[in-house]
Design a protein around this ligand. Structure first.
Ligand code: NAP
Length: 307
């Protein structure tokens, strides 16, 4: 049995919590979960937890020295796209400078670094994208995540992998941020109408599938860039219609609009989404369809579904 020490940053976030639960169960894995908070936001999870702010080099050094990770999965990030636009200093510190420090430490300690990235590295003129398409971010968040990718590539690390993902939905405990499906469920349950854009095209990703792909990247010690998302390309409006149908709400609650109706600090790529053939063939991984993902989520939430 391969024994490996796995460090997870941002372990209280949506993906972080799923990774903690998945990786902590595998015999031979010694998992150290870390997050900004003094204690984990989740219950269960058979692994250690220690507070870690990845922007604090002395905290990072101490964790590497104590734990000497074989693998580091960096899910920590400033993920609120509009907040990144308005607080650029904080965004750069978390999304870029901290990743540079992590890459340096991974090189020193010989750790395999798995970094999470985003479809927002693209301008959204010509999605869906492959791993070979040229990034061109149009938001500060996208720029910061691309700069982090570039630091990793140039760091001299040989063991690195980047998992780019798209519009992630799912549930975890006491999250600091909601996501599109939880937000829609909240609105629908109060019989509130939502206005959803028809001109933003994505391949929505179920967090359970994303975690599964990352687990495979770790298990097979993959290096390089991987597109990890759902396999169905759809507008955000069509996604919301499907959420309404699957959970038994009236589709009249979902009204079409376009992005010109919203004033947001950050620009969003209109047509992104991923082609995921590389992950499917190299990882032996297959994401759920949206309706399967919503049904699985419904079962977790104890909701009836009509998928
Ligand atoms: N969610 C999406 O739709 C999406 C799409 C594309 C790419 N991604 C990428 O996927 C990754 C995981 O996303 P997610 O959905 O799991 O995000 P999330 O739920 O926002 O989790 C991120 C976690 O990072 C933590 N964090 C923030 N600053 C930190 C710091 N300085 N030190 C340590 N932890 C810090 C946050 O703490 P708090 O909980 O206290 O805020 C949060 O728990 C991110 O890298 C994101 O850029 C996400």
């Amino acid at each position: 049995m391969l024994f490996q020490r796995i460090l997870i940053t941002g372990a209280n976030g949506l993906l972080g919590q799923h990774l903690v639960h998945r990786l902590g169960k595998v015999p031979g894995n010694d998992v150290l979960a870390t997050g900004l908070q003094h204690a984990p936001r989740y219950t269960g999870g058979s692994c250690g937890y220690t507070p870690l702010d990845i922007t604090k080099p002395e905290e990072l050094h101490a964790v590497f020295e104590d734990f000497t990770p074989d693998v580091v999965i960096n899910t920590a990030a400033m993920t609120a796209v509009d907040a990144c636009e308005s607080d650029r200093g904080a965004c750069w510190k978390i999304n870029v400078d901290a990743v540079e420090s992590l890459a340096r430490l991974c090189r020193t300690y010989g750790s395999h670094l798995v970094q999470l990235s985003t479809d927002f590295v693209f301008d959204g003129a010509a999605g869906p994208y492959t791993e070979n398409d040229r990034p061109h971010p149009i938001s500060y968040y996208g720029k910061s995540k691309l700069a982090a990718e570039n630091h990793i590539r140039k760091s001299g690390l040989t063991n690195w992998a980047i998992a780019r993902t798209v519009l992630v939905y799912g549930v975890a405990e006491n999250l600091s941020r909601t996501n599109i499906v939880l937000w829609l469920l909240d609105k629908f349950s109060r019989d509130e109408k939502v206005h959803m854009v028809t001109d933003h095209i994505r391949t929505p990703t179920y967090v359970v599938d994303l975690a599964d792909a990352v687990v495979r990247m770790v298990r097979f010690r993959k290096s390089g860039l991987y597109n990890i998302s759902g396999g169905e390309l759809m507008s955000v409006y069509d996604m919301a219609l499907q959420v309404a149908r699957v959970y038994g709400y009236s589709t009249d609650l979902v009204q079409p609009t376009d992005s010109s109706a919203f004033k947001q600090a950050a620009a969003r790529p209109p047509r992104s989404g991923f082609i995921i053939l590389k992950a499917q063939s190299e990882l032996g991984w297959q994401p759920r369809t949206l309706s399967q993902g919503l049904a699985h989520l419904g079962a977790t939430l104890g909701l009836s579904t009509f998928a």
